[in-house]
Design a protein around this ligand. Structure first.
Ligand code: HSE
Length: 310
């Protein structure tokens, strides 16, 4: 039996919520076929142009599946054949590695009669994400798994994720074609934070969560700002300040760096505004002579899911 899973792109951090907040996008997504095999181990094929490693120990989906296999009784003799078609460009900052890791374990769980809980699958997927970013964090994994708006309240002593419905929102993302490695973008972060800045930051996190729960768009807009991480990373993304300025003029509620970059996201009330904002974001990079892609789409209510079985 094999299943085909679609696993969505995600925004992590959402401005003020470094390593904690996340949001699932309806598109783009990775398509991952998982087939149960009697031959132990994991075999991966990539049906996309990105030249990613297919050695399971070096592939985010492979590492996640090896973690899942390690949780099965050895005598069961289970393995997986995996075909990955990435719709999400690697290194774009919209949760490409998390989508592959989550999609793979959701598919594997489906061919194993769903014996693992979603929280266990998050744990397996995080092993894959750690390979990509050099750190264990679940702020892309959580929305890719649960959909909507997610809060990673804790990873230790147990994974504690709060999955919430997001109000109707349209997201505009610009992906400038520059390389920002998550592992490098984490090295520029401050080791300590002055208390005054921390107070402003957690006030915004509280405001943002309240804004999502009450569908208060104005509150969402004024709570997104990040006083700690974005200032340290801004130098890695040319055009960031101008992109934010033009997006606000075009009607965006607010936004910031998507994950560790280089993408920039903006949240919007409706599709028409999101499209105008997308064009405004693109205009900045066109003027800078940097190639870019624009994604415009609604927030996804669902996370990774099986779309067909055969
Ligand atoms: N929270 C992570 C970061 C997301 O900003 O480094 C990137 O994977």
């Amino acid at each position: 039996m094999s299943v085909l899973v679609h696993s969505p792109a995600t925004l992590s951090n959402l401005g003020c919520g470094f390593d904690v907040l996340g949001l699932a996008l309806a598109a783009p997504y990775d398509a991952i076929r998982v087939r149960r095999s009697a031959a132990p181990g994991v075999r991966i094929r990539h049906l996309d142009p990105y030249n990613l490693p297919t050695d399971p120990a070096r592939n985010v989906a492979g590492v996640a599946l090896l973690a899942l296999l390690a949780a099965l009784p050895e005598q069961e003799g289970v393995g997986f054949e995996v075909e990955i078609t990435k719709g999400i460009m690697p290194g774009s900052g919209v949760g490409s590695s998390a989508a592959s890791a989550v999609g793979a374990v959701v598919g594997a769980n489906a061919v194993l009669d769903n014996r693992f809980s979603k929280m266990q699958l998050v744990d397996f997927a995080m092993a894959g994400e750690a390979v990509a970013s050099g750190a264990r964090h679940a702020d892309n994994i959580a929305p890719a798994m649960f959909g909507g708006f997610t809060v990673v309240r804790a990873l230790e002593p147990a994974i504690d994720i709060v999955a919430l419905a997001a109000p109707p929102l349209w997201v505009a993302v610009v992906h400038p074609q520059i390389e920002v490695k998550t592992s490098e973008a984490r090295k520029v972060l401050p080791a300590t934070v002055p208390l005054g800045l921390a107070v402003r930051q957690w006030a915004n996190v509280a405001g943002l969560v309240a804004g999502f729960l009450t569908a208060d768009y104005e509150l969402i807009g004024r709570s997104l700002d990040d006083y700690i991480v974005e200032p340290a990373r801004a130098a890695l993304i040319p055009g960031l300040a101008e992109a934010r300025r033009r997006a606000r003029v075009a009607g965006a509620l607010g936004g910031g760096i998507s994950g560790s970059g280089p993408s920039i996201f903006m949240l919007n009330r409706d599709e028409a505004t999101a499209r105008t904002v997308g064009a405004a974001l693109g205009s900045v990079f066109a003027e800078l002579g940097i190639a870019f892609n624009i994604y415009v789409g609604p927030v996804a209510t669902e996370g990774a899911r099986v779309v067909s079985e055969c």
